[in-house]
Design a protein around this ligand. Structure first.
Ligand SMILES: *Cc1c(COP(=O)(O)O)cnc(C)c1O
Length: 374
């Protein structure tokens, strides 16, 4: 093969959206309100409409969205926050940043999402330990598939836990009658360029139906200032800039079609790869946003190298669960303590999936996977 395939192709997306994108970006350059300009207000209204949540607060990244949510809820020292071990570091980092303690849970072998039974086990362990107060849980919608919020919310209700959904990879997905943004008390997402809905830099958003919490979050986003500019609480600079909001408004117009395109490519991979590898789980009534199409295989590194030799990029999300990484290992039970997360980190592999990927290329990638496994 000649041209190496990109893992995500943002240039093709820009070529498709260029006239609208250039016009909306230029409009910001012309009006010059780069911070909290009219596009930010417009985007927040569109995000409310899209998600069905009562409030959408745009922020400067998915990490900041999580941090502001924990701050708004008053989570800090002495609080245990339950986090899946098989996720990106940004799920757990904000917990430490506010002074709380991450407590890692294992995930389901098929969905890769937080196992509600292991959450129950982890809460019991914290209660038995007696030194921390179980306070919040951060389920992650890994690779775009919403976690089992019905089961997690039930465990959370029983123990008085605040449920903060890390939907950095799943904006645009749904479960049951609800879209992401309405599945937990508070939901955060990321607009990092390669996420399902990405901007041209860093960005994120917070969704909630709670008007009081939304007001506190807006206050934290601008240094803890109230409408008169008085600092009434600890805050930060957590704003999304206006140019990014303009880019997101254009991408949001195409987003429903892009999610459909991702889903149809995922189905195509499923048909080609069924029987050869473990396919991503399908959950009745749930629709993934397909941030990644991730398969489970025995000789993962061998497959990745064989694909690379044919110019096909495949990536490992994630090569190590959080409880085994230096920044977090003091908070976990060490190797062997969360066996599903540890095994997935050895066997998972993500194949290219993005709206501008064509079917012939999916077929070529699938053929290469099957050939490499023979
Ligand atoms: C990308 C990501 C984040 C962080 O988002 P940023 O916008 O990069 O700060 C958090 N959690 C998960 C699961 C992610 O994939």
């Amino acid at each position: 093969m000649t041209t190496p395939l990109p893992f995500v192709d943002l240039k093709a997306q820009y070529a498709r959206l260029k006239p609208r994108m250039d016009a909306r970006m230029r409009a910001v350059l012309d009006h010059g309100q780069f911070i909290l300009g009219p596009e930010v207000v417009e985007l927040e209204a569109e995000l409310v409409r899209f998600s069905g949540a009562a409030h959408a607060i745009t922020v400067s990244s998915g990490t900041v969205a999580l941090t502001i949510s924990l701050m708004a809820e008053g989570i800090g020292p002495g609080d245990a926050v339950f986090v899946p071990a098989f996720t990106f570091a940004a799920t757990a980092g904000p917990v430490l940043a506010v002074g709380a303690t991450p407590v890692f849970c294992d995930v389901g072998a098929d969905t890769f999402n937080m196992d509600p039974a292991d959450l129950e086990r982890a809460v019991a362990d914290v209660l038995a330990g007696g030194s921390l107060r179980p306070r919040a849980v951060i389920p992650v919608d890994l690779f775009g598939l919403p976690a089992d919020y019905a089961a997690i919310n039930a465990v959370a209700d029983a123990h008085g836990l605040f449920v903060l959904a890390d939907a950095a990879q799943s904006f645009g997905a749904s479960r049951g009658a609800s879209r992401v943004g309405r599945l937990a008390a508070v939901t955060t997402t990321s607009f990092f360029p390669s996420k399902p809905l990405g901007c041209y830099g860093d960005g994120g958003a917070i969704f909630t139906d709670d008007a009081g919490l939304a007001e506190v979050m807006r206050c934290i986003r601008v240094h803890g200032q109230d409408a008169d500019g008085a600092c009434v609480r600890l805050g930060m600079n957590g704003r999304l800039d206006t140019l990014q909001a303009a880019a997101l408004l254009v991408k949001l117009e195409a987003f429903e079609d892009e999610i459909q395109a991702r889903d149809s490519l995922a189905r195509r991979y499923d048909r080609a790869l069924r029987g050869a590898v473990t396919l991503p789980a399908r959950i009745e009534g749930a629709a993934s946003a397909w941030a990644h199409y991730s398969i489970v295989v025995d000789n993962r590194d061998g497959l990745r190298d064989a694909l690379a030799a044919r110019g096909i990029p495949a990536r490992v999300y994630y090569p190590s669960p959080l409880h085994l990484q230096p920044a977090f290992r003091d908070y976990g039970g060490g190797p062997g303590s969360l066996p599903v997360s540890e095994e997935l980190s050895r066997r998972i592999l993500s194949l290219p999936i993005y709206p501008d990927l064509d079917e012939a290329t999916v077929d070529r990638i699938s053929d290469a996977v099957i050939a490499a496994l023979k």
